[in-house]
Design a protein around this ligand. Structure first.
Ligand SMILES: O=C(O)[C@@H](CO)OP(=O)(O)O
Length: 245
């Protein structure tokens, strides 16, 4: 008996297109992102992968991506659970800043430490500032961060993984998780047992479903899972890695 998990990063957002650090800022999909999301649905349908339940973050780029993809796959009706614990990594004071400008100002090493190191968070966002979420009602009462490194993301995503996603998998449901580059990197690190160094080189492309078959201990049968369009994934992964250049 194996369990099926599908990870889907949202399609390109307006701020991905503008090369801005996004984090918890709730930006919409770009036109290209909508096309990518629908193509994600086509890929699911063509591969005969039919999610029974959807888990998303509280951010519209993940929510819309799942809606477009599931609509195309004629699965718009499946039940859904949402949590801030699947949100993108909070990018702190870098939210709203241009990646190339930050790289030029602080240098490649600092830029990559903030962007891809496992345990160095970016500077904290100022409460009440333009791109802070401290007064956003959707997070009322939650212990929301002011900046996160990937380790922080893993620590807040794991309780949700264990409490909400694992039981759905164990019940035999095909689970779709529609989330973000860094929240998915955290889940992939956990699933594939990737060490703290190696994870910095892992990037997730927008809009291409990544399917994992998991054994009874929730260990991937094939490490790294399988992208439903491996060729497109390869090119898109390189593009994410090169952002800011
Ligand atoms: O800006 C962000 O929130 C993320 C994902 O788009 O960027 P990065 O890939 O640089 O971590």
């Amino acid at each position: 008996m194996t369990y099926t998990l599908v990870l889907l990063r949202h399609g390109e957002s307006d701020w991905n297109a503008k090369n801005l650090f996004t984090g918890w800022v709730d930006v919409p999909l770009s036109e290209k992102g909508v096309v990518e999301a629908k193509r994600g649905g086509d890929l699911l349908r063509e591969a005969g992968v039919s999610p029974d339940i959807l888990h998303t973050s509280l951010l519209r780029r993940a929510i819309s991506t799942a809606n477009y993809a599931l609509d195309v796959a004629d699965l718009h009706w499946i039940p859904v659970k949402r949590s801030w614990r699947l949100n993108e990594r909070h990018y702190g004071a870098l939210q709203g800043k241009n990646k190339k400008e930050i790289r030029d100002e602080y240098g490649e090493e600092q830029f990559m430490l903030w962007r891809r190191s496992y345990d160095v968070p970016p500077p904290e966002i100022e409460l009440g500032s333009e791109y802070s979420q401290d007064s956003d009602p959707r997070y009322a009462g939650e212990p929301i961060p002011r900046a996160e490194c990937l380790k922080d993301v893993l620590e807040r995503a794991l309780p949700y993984w264990n409490a909400e996603i694992v039981p759905d998998l164990k019940a035999g449901r095909t689970v779709l998780v529609a989330a973000h580059g860094n929240s998915l990197r955290a889940i992939i690190k956990h699933l594939d047992g990737i060490d703290d160094e190696t994870i910095s080189g892992l990037n997730v492309p927008t809009g291409i479903p990544l399917v994992y078959e998991l054994d009874e201990n929730l260990v991937p049968v094939v490490k790294g899972g399988k992208y439903l369009d491996p060729k497109a994934a390869e090119a898109a992964i390189a593009a994410v890695a090169n952002q800011g250049k």
